[in-house]
Design a protein around this ligand. Structure first.
Ligand code: GRF
Length: 222
């Protein structure tokens, strides 16, 4: 069912989010299918921003009728200038949450300060294990029996902010990076929408005094 035909059934107060992407956008698709197009969910993807014009995620957004923008580092003098442009488009979309769903570029302090406690990232490991670009390969190389998925607050340091939700994924004997990635993706596609749903419901609380403490009501986690 499209958004227009669902409009009468939608809850009164919508929760606009911006999703930042760089690649395939399978997690964006999960957000579209599970939240954006679900009449009973308040989450509305107001904007998808890609760091590269060739990101397939843009095609997914367009198919769902979601406005898109490309804010590429190459088109700006430096990262600070890129992030000012990025903050402008995100703010103009009225986003109450910024979701990094495969966004492959470091954000400046200035950008994060513009949306305090409102930027979350998705990472394919149980942080703080295996931050960075090769989390799945590194978990395999290390011989881990378990790895997993983390949705966490984004901070200036890569993959360093406190978790909102985490879920373990079993590493099987004989797993290849591809087979493990497939099972991790399945969890990501469920966990990221779950986290956004919790934000939309106002159920994620970051302790102002102890900044690494995040309260998420247990009964809402699964
Ligand atoms: C995901 O595995 C996410 O954890 C990582 O980048 C990947 C994005 O995948 N940060 P997709 O573009 O959503 O398919």
């Amino acid at each position: 069912m499209g958004r227009a035909s669902a409009s009468t059934a939608r809850v009164a107060e919508e929760f606009p989010v911006a999703v930042l992407v760089s690649g395939d956008g399978s997690n964006l698709q999960a957000l579209i299918d599970r939240l954006h197009l679900a009449a009973e969910e308040p989450t509305r993807i107001a904007l998808v921003v890609a760091s590269r014009p060739e990101a397939h995620a843009l095609e997914r957004a367009r198919r769902a009728g979601i406005p898109t923008a490309v804010v590429a580092l190459a088109e700006h003098a430096d990262r600070a200038a890129r992030d000012r442009a990025l903050a402008e488009v995100v703010a103009a979309a009225g986003a109450r949450l910024v979701v990094l769903a495969g966004w492959m570029s470091i954000l400046t302090r200035e950008f994060l300060d513009r949306f305090p406690d409102r930027v979350v990232n998705l990472h394919p490991s149980l942080l703080p294990a295996f931050p960075g670009m090769h989390a799945i390969e590194e978990a395999l190389a290390w011989g881990c029996r378990w790895t997993g998925v983390t949705v966490h607050f984004a901070e200036e340091d890569v993959d360093a902010g406190p978790p909102v939700l985490q879920e373990p994924v079993r590493v099987l004997y004989g797993d290849s990076p591809e087979s493990l990635r497939e099972r991790i993706r399945d969890v990501e596609h469920r966990l990221l929408p779950e986290a956004v749903r919790l934000f939309a419901a106002g159920r994620v609380h970051r302790d102002p005094a102890r900044r690494r403490m995040v309260q998420v009501p247990e009964e809402d986690e699964r």
